[in-house]
Design a protein around this ligand. Structure first.
Ligand code: SAM
Length: 281
């Protein structure tokens, strides 16, 4: 039984990291005319109303996206414009999740393969996708996205992004994501893979990193953004994105953006971020 609902967390500091990386990668794909495939293994509902009871309950977006005034963040203009497209001018009521951000970049020749297992969220996702331009190019499936993603690799386009963004409700998911990436990479070694993870317990993330390194996959970068330093028993203090085959320029972009984001979002004296090459090309 799935209990996680992203509607309680939409627009928080973890979404800022995840979605700013996602948008930077999507910007890379549309630089070329050639089609691409977007595969989202854990899509969520797609669009979140920040005035809803769920979003208001924890108010996480207030410590996240609400702190970023678009005019002060030219380096994040692509990401912030993508959010602005869902809102009336100057307002922040709706926050787009990963599939709807991706749909903004989708062209008539591209494909989106969207997986979501929660019965309520998959219906919300279907409705949200229906109102997108090129909705016919997107397929929503209610199934396990870690298994489902493999069916699309390698994509016919030979250009693709796989976003893996689980809720990690089940401890074994940390191993399952690495296994899915290893299997996917065997079928499509030139694809871009982006894996999100929460830092609740650093040891778990160190193990995840070790398992990934043990696959022998090359060209891996890691970006992390935190509200506070690692600490036992404080819940998620940071979150990270691991990117395999990152597009040219992503590292420099994140090097520029992360220190400022960390300084803006931090909840104590120390700004926390990481921007590292885990494995070279
Ligand atoms: N990627 C979304 C975004 O950025 O807006 C948020 C996704 S949320 C962190 C994780 C989602 O995965 C939840 O909606 C949950 O219901 C769904 N989920 C959990 N296990 C899944 C699985 N095995 N396959 C597909 N979806 C799953």
């Amino acid at each position: 039984m799935l209990s996680y609902r992203h509607s309680f967390h939409a627009g928080n500091f973890a979404d800022i990291l995840k979605h700013s990386v996602l948008v930077a990668v999507l910007e890379h794909f549309i630089k070329k005319d050639k089609p691409f495939d977007y595969i989202d293994s854990h899509s969520g509902a797609g669009l979140f109303d920040l005035s809803s009871e769920h979003a208001q309950k924890l108010g996480e977006y207030k410590e996240g996206i609400a702190k970023l005034q678009p005019e002060q963040w030219p380096e994040l203009s692509a990401y912030l414009n993508a959010i602005a497209a869902f809102n009336d001018q100057g307002e922040l009521r709706y926050y787009p999740g990963s599939p709807l951000l991706a749909m903004q970049y989708l062209r008539a020749k591209d494909n989106a393969w969207l997986y979501e297992l929660h019965p309520n969220d998959v219906e919300l996702l279907r409705n949200n996708i229906a109102s997108c331009r090129y909705s016919k190019r997107a397929k929503v499936t209610c199934a396990d996205g870690l298994k489902g993603l493999l069916a699309h690799l390698p994509p016919v386009s030979r250009r693709g992004l796989v976003l893996i963004d689980p809720s990690y409700e089940i401890k074994t998911e940390y191993e399952q994501v690495v296994a899915a990436i290893a299997q996917g990479y065997k079928k499509f070694a030139t694809g871009i893979y982006a894996l999100w993870y929460p830092v609740v317990d650093r040891q778990t993330i160190n193990q995840l990193e070790q398992s990934l390194l043990a696959t022998g996959i090359k060209d891996i970068q890691r970006f992390e953004l935190g509200l506070a330093p690692d600490s036992a028993g404080r819940g998620m203090t940071s979150s990270g994105m691991i990117v395999i085959n990152p597009p040219w320029g992503l590292f420099e972009h994140m090097q520029q953006v992360l220190p400022r984001l960390a300084a803006t979002l931090k909840t104590n004296a120390e700004a926390v971020y990481r921007c590292e090459v885990l494995v070279g090309e």
